[in-house]
Ligand binder design. Structure first.
Ligand code: ZN
Length: 825
C-alpha cells in the first residue's frame, strides 16, 4: 500500500517535471537572455501562447480586448490542472462568496491573484518580468498553484510600451551607453508612459474612458481577485517600493486589508534582505484617489498594491545613476519577478483566510449614507448609469418624490423634490465603491497626497443630489423607449444641455445639415425652447435629398426626441428668421500638439474630438506653428502647456491678427499663461498674498507639510454662471468646477466672465488655507474679444482625465456658439 503510494507519487512528480521541461524558457524562446533586449509586444504574446501550448492543462490564454492601435490584450490563467479544468466554477464560487452572484458558496479556498504589468508603457521592465514569472511559476513553484489561480496581464498598455520599446531600439547605442545624457535615456514628447490617446491608464480605472480600461474591467469584475498588483517604475535613483502603502488611506479600507499589506511586505523583505537589496515601504504611495490600479481593486475588496522599481523611461538597458550604480534591465526585472513570486507564495499560504476576509468586505450594512438620489438632466443621468454598469453597480428608480438628507448643491442638510431620479443604495455588494464615488467629501487623513482629493460623482455629472442616511424607496428600472418618427413640418427643435445633444449636432453638421441655434428663449407650437436649442428647418435644408429620413435616422441613433414647429412665426419672439437665431457653421478646428503642450491635456482633447464628439480636428505640431496658414481654420485650441518657445513676438502678432480677422483661440489651463499680464490682453493673474515671512520660519522638517497650505489638490468649488452667454447655454446658474491647482486669474475687466468663483467654500477635497482668499472673484471661464474674433479662457480644464462630464459642453459651446460671426472659409 505504502509502496504503491510512493510509486504513484514518484510517477506523478516525474510527469509534472517532464511537462515543465517542455516549457520554453524566455531565453530560449526569445533568442536572447531575458533583460538584454526589450521584447516587443507581439513577442511577449507569442511567448505566453507558446507556454500555453506546451502546458495547456496548466495555462489558459484569453484575449480580452484590443488597443486603439489594434494590439491584442491578453490574460493568462495559471494554476493546477484541477483548477484550470474548473476555472468557471471557481470564478462563480468566488462571486457567490462575495454576494455578487446568487447561491451559496461552496467552501471557497482557492486564492485568486491578479498581476498587472506595464500599465505605464515606458516602465518597461515589468513586461519582461511577466515572462520570467510565468516560467518560474510553472517550473519551480507548482506547489503554490494547487490552491492559487494566478491571472497575469503581461501588458496593460501595449501601445505605450511598444512606443517606448521601438523608440529605444532605434535610438540606443551598441553596447548601450550608461551616460544619463545619452539620447537613449531621454525620451521625446510624448514618451511611452500613456496609451494611444495619451491617457494615464493608472488614473483611469474608475472612469474607464479608455478602451483598455473598459475591456479589462469587464473581466476584472467577472473575477474579483483577492490580490491585485500593479507593477511600476520610478526614478533611477530610487530603491524598490512595496506595500504597506503610505497614508492617507481611504477610511473604507478594512483592518484586514491594512494588516495583510504588511504581511505581504514582510514576505518580500525576507527575499530582499537575503540579497541585500534596498527597499522602502509606507512612504509616498497612498491609497485614496479611486482610479488607480491599487485603490480600485482595494475598494472592490482586494489587497490592491503598487510595486515600484527604480528605472522608468530613463533607464534603458543600463544607466549609471547618481549613486554610482549601473542599474540594468536585468536587475530591474529580477526585483519585479521576486515580488511577483513572493505575492503568489503568501496568497497560497493564506488562501482560506483571504476567502473568509474577502466575503466580510462585501457586508455593507453599516455605511452612514444608505441611499444616494440623483435627478436632473436625463442625458447626464444616462451617462452616469453607463458608468455604473461598467462597474456592475446596481441602481434603481426613485419611487417617491421628496427626499431629505445632505443636499450636494447647497452643501447643507435639506430636502429636494425629484421627478425622474435614480437611487443607488449603499447596502449592495459594491457598496463601498458606491460610497467612494458618491459621498460628498471623502475623509482625508493626511493632506500630503499623490493626487486629486475630490471626484464626487453628483458634481462631476452636474446633478441634483441628496445623500440620505435612511434607505429611500425605489423600484426596478424599466427601460422601454420607442422612438417616435418625425413627420413633415416647417422645422424641428432639439433641446441643448448635454454631450448627447452635442454629438447629435456634430453628426448633423457632418451630414451637411444646416442647423441654427437660438440666443434667446422662444415659444412655438405651445412649447418653450431655451437658449442653445437647435433648429433644423425644411427651408434651410431644401437642397438635401431624403432630408426627413436622414434626420429621423440621426435622431434615432442619439435617442433624441425633437419638437415640431409649424411656422416661422413664433408665439413669443424671436421668430425663426430673427438675427437672434443664428446659423451654425461647420467649424474648421486646429489644435496644437507636440513639444510644449501637456501630452495629457492634448490627449484628452484628441480623445474628446475623435471618440466622444466625433468631430474632425487637425493637429498642428508646435514646431510648425510659425509656418502654418491659420486662415484655413476658424478655431485654434491650445491645450494646457508652456508656449513661450513657440509664441515669440512674430507668432504672437500673427496669432492676434488672425483673431482680429475673426479667428477664435481656445486656451486651456496653463496655456493661459501665454496671454496673462501680456500687452493687449485683459487676462490678469491674481496675486497670492501669502505670508512669506511666516513660511520662511518654518523648520526644515515641516516645510513639505507647510507648503500644502498653498496647494489645491483637486477640490470642488461652486461657480456662478452667466447663463445668457453662448458659452454657458445648457447650464444652470451654478456650476461645480474641479480646481486642479491654485493658479488664479482676476475677473476680466474687458470681456465676458462666463463663470467665476464667488464664495470660496470648498464643497469637496483639499484646498490649503492660503489659497482660499485668493480664489474669491476669480475667473473659471471667460471670453475676451479682439477685433472680430475671440480668446476663450478655460482656467479649469473640464476635460481633465475626461471624467468631469458636466464641464464638456462649455467646450462645445465655445466651438459652435461663442462669437458666431457666421463666416464660412
Ligand atoms: Zn508607473
Amino acid at each position: 500500500m505504502q509502496r504503491l503510494f510512493l510509486i504513484a507519487l514518484f510517477s506523478f512528480g516525474f510527469l509534472f517535471n517532464s511537462f515543465s521541461q517542455n516549457i520554453p524558457s524566455p531565453d530560449e524562446f526569445l533568442g536572447y537572455p531575458i533583460g538584454t533586449q526589450f521584447s516587443r509586444h507581439h513577442q511577449v504574446v507569442d511567448y505566453f501562447k507558446a507556454v500555453a501550448n506546451a502546458l495547456p492543462e496548466n495555462v489558459k490564454i484569453e484575449k480580452y480586448g484590443e488597443t486603439y492601435e489594434r494590439r491584442p490584450l491578453h490574460l493568462a490563467y495559471i494554476s493546477s490542472k484541477e483548477n484550470i479544468s474548473n476555472l468557471n466554477t471557481i470564478r462563480e464560487n468566488n462571486l457567490k462568496n462575495a454576494g455578487l452572484l446568487n447561491g451559496e458558496a461552496n467552501n471557497p479556498d482557492v486564492a485568486i491573484v491578479w498581476l498587472s504589468y506595464n500599465v505605464h508603457g515606458n516602465e518597461a521592465s515589468s513586461t519582461e518580468a511577466a515572462m520570467l514569472t510565468l516560467h518560474k511559476l510553472l517550473t519551480k513553484k507548482q506547489d503554490w498553484l494547487k490552491n492559487t489561480i494566478v491571472i497575469i496581464d503581461p501588458c496593460v498598455n501595449p501601445d505605450g510600451r511598444d512606443r517606448y520599446v521601438n523608440w529605444y531600439n532605434e535610438t540606443a547605442s551598441q553596447p548601450y551607453d550608461i551616460d544619463q545624457q545619452a539620447s537613449e535615456h531621454n525620451e521625446p514628447w510624448p514618451g511611452g508612459r500613456p496609451n494611444h490617446y495619451l491617457f494615464d491608464l493608472n488614473r483611469d480605472w474608475a472612469w474607464a474612458t479608455q478602451v483598455e480600461s473598459e475591456t479589462r474591467l469587464k473581466v476584472y469584475n467577472k473575477w474579483m481577485p483577492h490580490i491585485h498588483v500593479d507593477f511600476h517604475e520610478q526614478g533611477i535613483n530610487e530603491p524598490y517600493y512595496f506595500a504597506p502603502a503610505a497614508e492617507p488611506f481611504h477610511e473604507i479600507i478594512s483592518d484586514f486589508q491594512r494588516d495583510f499589506q504588511t504581511e505581504i511586505g514582510k514576505n518580500h523583505a525576507k527575499y530582499f534582505d537575503k540579497e541585500g537589496w534596498l527597499f522602502f515601504t509606507r512612504e509616498r504611495f497612498d491609497l485614496f484617489y479611486p482610479s488607480y490600479g491599487d485603490t480600485y481593486p482595494t475598494y472592490m475588496g482586494a489587497i490592491g498594491m503598487t510595486y515600484e522599481q527604480g528605472g522608468h523611461g530613463r533607464a534603458g538597458l543600463g544607466i549609471l545613476n547618481d549613486e554610482g550604480h549601473v542599474l540594468t534591465l536585468v536587475e530591474r526585472l529580477t526585483h519585479h519577478t521576486t515580488t511577483g513570486l513572493s505575492t503568489v507564495e503568501i496568497a497560497s499560504k493564506n488562501a482560506a483566510r483571504l476567502n473568509t476576509e474577502f466575503a466580510k468586505f462585501f457586508d455593507n450594512s453599516d455605511l452612514k449614507y444608505k441611499s444616494y438620489v440623483l435627478g436632473g438632466n436625463p442625458d447626464n443621468i444616462g451617462s452616469l448609469t453607463n458608468l455604473l454598469q461598467k462597474h456592475d453597480i446596481d441602481f434603481e428608480k426613485l419611487s417617491t418624490n421628496k427626499v431629505s438628507g445632505y443636499n450636494y448643491k447647497t452643501g447643507k442638510q435639506g430636502s429636494l423634490n425629484f421627478d425622474n431620479a435614480i437611487v443607488i443604495h449603499s447596502n449592495q455588494p459594491k457598496g463601498k465603491m458606491v460610497k467612494v464615488l458618491f459621498e460628498p467629501n471623502a475623509k482625508l487623513t493626511d493632506s500630503l497626497t499623490y493626487d486629486i482629493t475630490a471626484w464626487s460623482m453628483p458634481y462631476a455629472y452636474g446633478l441634483d443630489a441628496i445623500a440620505s442616511t435612511t434607505k429611500v424607496p425605489s423600484s426596478q428600472t424599466s427601460e422601454s423607449k420607442s422612438y417616435r418618427a418625425l413627420t413633415d413640418a416647417y422645422g424641428y427643435v432639439s433641446d441643448w444641455n448635454s454631450m448627447k445633444d452635442a454629438k447629435f449636432l456634430a453628426e448633423l453638421l457632418k451630414s451637411n445639415f444646416r442647423v441654427r441655434f437660438t440666443e434667446k428663449p422662444f415659444k412655438s407650437n405651445g412649447e418653450t425652447f431655451e437658449r442653445g436649442a437647435l433648429i433644423i428647418t425644411k427651408g434651410d435644408n431644401k437642397g438635401m435629398a431624403n432630408m426627413l429620413s436622414t434626420l429621423n435616422s440621426i435622431a434615432k441613433k442619439y435617442d433624441k426626441s425633437l419638437a415640431t414647429i409649424n411656422s416661422g412665426f413664433s408665439q413669443t419672439t424671436p421668430d425663426i428668421g430673427s438675427p437672434d437665431i443664428k446659423l451654425i457653421n461647420k467649424q474648421k478646428i486646429a489644435m496644437l500638439s507636440g513639444d510644449g503642450t501637456s501630452s495629457l491635456s492634448y490627449g484628452a482633447l484628441w480623445h474628446f474630438f475623435e471618440q466622444q464628439l466625433q468631430y474632425p480636428v487637425t493637429s498642428i505640431n508646435t514646431d510648425n506653428l510659425s509656418r502654418t496658414n491659420l486662415d484655413k481654420y476658424n478655431i485654434l485650441i491650445m491645450p494646457s502647456g508652456y508656449y513661450s518657445r513657440v509664441l515669440n513676438e512674430a507668432t504672437m502678432n500673427a496669432l492676434k491678427d488672425w483673431v482680429r480677422s475673426g479667428g477664435k483661440v481656445i486656451a486651456v489651463d496653463a496655456a493661459l499663461r501665454s496671454f496673462a499680464n501680456k500687452e493687449g490682453f485683459a487676462l490678469k493673474y491674481k496675486d497670492n498674498e501669502s505670508d512669506d515671512a511666516q513660511e520662511n520660519l518654518t523648520p526644515y522638517a515641516d516645510r513639505e507639510r507647510a507648503y500644502t497650505n498653498n496647494l489645491i489638490t483637486g477640490a470642488i468649488f461652486k461657480s456662478k454662471v452667466d447663463t445668457t452667454h453662448p458659452m454657458a447655454f445648457g447650464y444652470d446658474k451654478d456650476y461645480f468646477t474641479l480646481k486642479l491647482g491654485s493658479s488664479a486669474y482676476s475677473i476680466l475687466d474687458r470681456g465676458y466672465n462666463v463663470s467665476y468663483v464667488e464664495d470660496v467654500k470648498v464643497y469637496s477635497g483639499f484646498a490649503g488655507k492660503n489659497t482660499l482668499n485668493m480664489l474669491e472673484k476669480t475667473l473659471v471661464f471667460g471670453e475676451e474679444r479682439m477685433g472680430s474674433g475671440s480668446f476663450i479662457y478655460m482656467v479649469d480644464n473640464p476635460l481633465f482625465r475626461s471624467f468631469w462630464e458636466n464641464g464638456k459642453l462649455f467646450l462645445v459651446n465655445s466651438i459652435f456658439f461663442v462669437n458666431n460671426n457666421a463666416f464660412e472659409l
